[in-house]
Design a protein around this ligand. Structure first.
Ligand SMILES: Cc1ncc(COP(=O)(O)O)c(C=O)c1O
Length: 405
């Protein structure tokens, strides 16, 4: 299977080095190969698809209405070029103020086509080619392509795989004079962990010290794609509350489970030093990166989109059902506090072999190797309730045959 994951591009000199580097990232090739392998069967009836954070039930009526209500042009400029729509910025800032109890300003909401471009823009705004970006494994698998495409150097450290917390010592040891950004993703994909304030306070102190030592600011990029997907009524805390030099990336794609309708933003907290200069840089990048504003219709819909989310209670019930059942069968896993995912210890060290034994029983999950963290697998709670129920005998049989149940 190994050759599936290799690219012959790295030896081709007739394409630019950076493009070849992006197209040769092993974790991206692995993911693409895995998805290709399962593509044919994925949509067959009877398949329980726990792979990606994609919807498996019809979109909410409120979501459709929010878009439909904005479709009819109200003036001749309705579908004209649209940069940062002021009403959208105001609604997003007001919502962030409520969530984090910080006075975010509308002018600091830089609208983007989802979390992807918010992350890419943040990196380009503060880092020069050759600068290092630290993030923790297991990661969202697309950090590396985004970092590489920006000409930056990914530096990976492992989380504490027992607690699923950030390993602050590992991050501290990975910092060099070239470190410019540390990415933090909470609620986390794939672990479901929400980092507690005490940890974020320590991280902030450590980054402050390291920036002083380096004589150059280290920015924190807070990837908050799941900050509205939080269970048990827990209050979410953002690193932006503790570290002023935080760039906050958000996506509406998770909140409404409609990731194909691209809209998100990069926000600067009111505490950010040199905020005026950064605003100017971000405004220029929104254009220069290829007019990365969300399209007009999505911007008009944003104030309505801020008033609801997908049914988080239903997600929580699926989390509880799977957590209780899998634990009862002998699987080892954390109860996620947020995001869409359960990150489960594979009952056998070879997580690819184990996920294959589930796949032949029509249950599709992602192996930990795709997150550069072997020995685990990821379940997405966006599968529907019927899939959850249908998958349980397969999970039970697979762990029994592995000799671990
Ligand atoms: C942790 C994380 N960050 C960012 C994104 C990007 O979100 P979007 O596709 O809505 O831009 C995702 C999507 O899966 C994600 O899981």
């Amino acid at each position: 299977m190994a050759n599936l994951y290799e690219s012959n591009l790295s030896t081709r000199v007739d394409f630019p080095a950076r493009a070849r580097a992006v197209a040769s990232i092993p974790s991206l090739l692995r993911l693409q190969a895995f998805l290709r392998m399962h593509a044919q069967r994925q949509h067959e009836p009877g398949i329980c698809d726990f792979t990606l954070g994609n919807p498996h039930q019809m979109p909410q009526e409120a979501y459709v209405a929010a878009l439909r209500n904005q479709l009819e042009p109200r003036n001749e400029l309705w579908f004209a070029y649209k940069s940062n729509g002021v009403e959208a910025q105001q609604a997003a800032a007001a919502s962030l103020q409520r969530l984090l109890e910080m006075p975010f300003e509308p002018a600091d909401i830089h609208l983007t086509t989802g979390g992807f471009t918010a992350i890419a823009m943040a990196l380009k705004a503060v880092a020069d080619p050759g600068d290092e970006v630290i993030y923790s494994l297991p990661p969202w698998f697309l950090y590396e392509p985004i970092i590489t495409e920006a000409g930056l150097v990914p530096v990976k450290v492992l989380i504490d795989t027992e607690t699923f917390d950030l390993d602050l010592m590992a991050i501290a040891s990975a910092i060099t004079p070239r470190t410019r950004v540390v990415i933090v993703n909470s609620p986390n994909n794939p672990t479901g962990r929400i980092y507690p304030p005490a940890l974020l306070v320590k991280l902030a102190a450590m980054l402050e010290l390291a920036s002083e030592r380096n004589g150059r600011r280290i920015y924190l990029l807070s990837d908050e794609a799941y900050n509205r997907i939080v269970y048990d009524g827990v209050r979410f805390h953002s690193p932006a509350e503790y570290y002023p030099n935080t760039l906050l990336a958000y996506s509406y794609g998770k909140t409404h489970l409609a990731p194909g309708q691209r809209i998100g933003y990069l926000a600067l907290p009111p505490t950010m030093p040199d905020r005026d200069a950064l605003r100017e840089i971000l405004s220029a990048l929104q254009v220069a990166m290829g007019w990365i504003y969300p399209n007009a219709l999505m911007q008009y819909a944003l104030p309505a989109l801020e008033t609801f989310s997908i049914d988080v209670g239903q997600l929580q019930r699926k989390r509880d059902r799977l957590y209780e059942e899998l634990t009862g069968m002998g699987y080892r896993l954390h109860r996620p506090e947020g995001s869409f995912y359960l990150f489960v210890n594979s009952p056998v060290p070879d997580d690819e072999a184990f996920t294959e034994s589930l796949a032949i029983r029509d249950v599709f999950v992602l192996p930990g190797v795709l997150f550069e963290t072997p020995g685990f697998f990821r379940i997405s709670l966006t599968a529907n309730e019927e899939m959850v129920e249908r998958s349980l005998p397969a999970f039970a049989e697979a762990i029994r045959l592995a000799g671990a149940g």
